[in-house]
Design a binder for this molecule. Structure first.
Ligand SMILES: [Zn+2]
Length: 347
């Protein structure tokens, strides 16, 4: 089934758009290139469950206040569900929970990322890993000196009740049961919600129709096995019905879940082939590959994310027995194909 977008309209920020019985999509503002994050409002008994929060900034809070005066004036929010901890999804966790006294539900792996000190724990030896990846000093220093914006900071935990959820569990929302599908790779315990009786999937960032989600570059470069975990996390989604209507966190609701999962796999496999080809020409560090494949004028933040993606790819090539690393006298790890790698990986 090709990818189709059954809703022709792109609603204004903050304008609830009914996408299924008892489910409204609301676009909240973001900077380009994404421009918006979708949150979902779901009829839930006498109240309303909210999925995700938007960014912690004035523009987003203004949209919430506008919703409070309008749509939410007659529908009382009673629970907040979070797909994952990223600031565009959980940035207003604390603010929303306090405003409506909401319990919040998220997986334990995501909640851990919001605990005090989590960021420091994640960034241990980040500089060392960046140096071994060949990232130049000025990029490492730029990153360290980059000003922190409140909207990109972790949300902090609200004082209200945490209701854990885990993969395989059913969450009751209104009349329907929604299965929690836990994925890893974008973040450690990303939750998607699938309603089998209605063939609806709230996919978060796990499946996006037009862009590729970043890999988990928490505090530096990603841990081993990350890309394999990301690819593995497609399996449960592949088993969902073809005609599942997908409600993603960015871009428009769509049909064609299997096609998109195939595209996501092909995208990463294509990148792996390119990396192996480059390393076959001459040994490459993570940074050599980022530098050679990035568009001119990319921000340091984008380059930094690319380092994580490339490092995760090289790690997977090593796990498949296709590439190995050697550490130079300068302490930089450079990668070359193993004897078992295909001579023309691109063919
Ligand atoms: Zn995300």
């Amino acid at each position: 089934m090709p990818i189709e977008y059954p809703f022709g309209n792109v609603p204004e920020y903050g304008e609830p758009d009914q996408v299924a019985r008892g489910i409204w999509r609301v676009r909240l503002p973001m900077h380009p290139p994404l421009k918006a994050v979708n949150i979902y409002l779901m009829a839930d008994g006498d109240g309303l469950s909210i999925v995700d929060t938007g960014l912690n900034n004035d523009a987003t809070r203004q949209v919430w206040e506008q919703l409070a005066r309008g749509f939410l004036a007659t529908r009382r929010p009673t629970r907040l569900l979070l797909t994952h901890h990223h600031p565009d999804h959980a940035g207003l966790l604390r603010w929303l929970c306090e405003r409506w006294n909401l319990p919040y539900q998220m997986t334990s792996a995501e909640q851990e990322r919001l605990l005090p000190g989590a960021r420091q724990a994640g960034s241990q030896d980040a500089d060392g890993r960046m140096l071994r990846a060949g990232v130049p000093d000025e990029v490492i220093h730029w990153r360290r000196a980059a000003p922190h914006k409140p909207e990109s900071e972790p949300a902090g935990l609200p004082p209200t009740e945490w209701l854990p959820m885990a993969g395989g569990e059913q969450v009751r929302i209104g009349q329907d049961d929604w299965e929690v599908i836990e994925g890893a790779g974008h973040t450690p315990g990303h939750a998607s919600l699938f309603c089998a009786s209605r063939r609806l999937l709230i996919s978060g960032d796990q499946v996006l129709p037009r862009v590729h989600a970043s890999l988990d570059t928490w505090g530096g470069l990603p841990p081993d096995g990350l890309l394999q975990r990301w690819l593995d996390s497609f399996a449960r989604l592949q088993s969902l019905p073809q005609d599942t209507l997908v409600f993603p966190s960015h871009n428009e609701p769509f049909l064609g879940l299997h096609t998109r999962l195939d595209e996501m796999t092909a995208y990463h496999e294509g990148r792996l082939r390119t990396m192996l080809e480059m390393c076959a020409q001459q040994p490459h560090s993570v940074w050599d590959i980022v530098d050679a494949t990035s568009a001119l004028g990319q921000t340091s933040h984008a380059l930094y994310l690319s380092c994580g993606t490339v490092a995760a790819g090289l790690d997977l090539l090593a796990a498949r027995g296709l590439a190995r690393r050697e550490t130079d006298a300068d302490g930089i790890e450079r990668w070359r194909p193993t004897a078992g790698a295909p001579a023309n990986p691109g063919l």
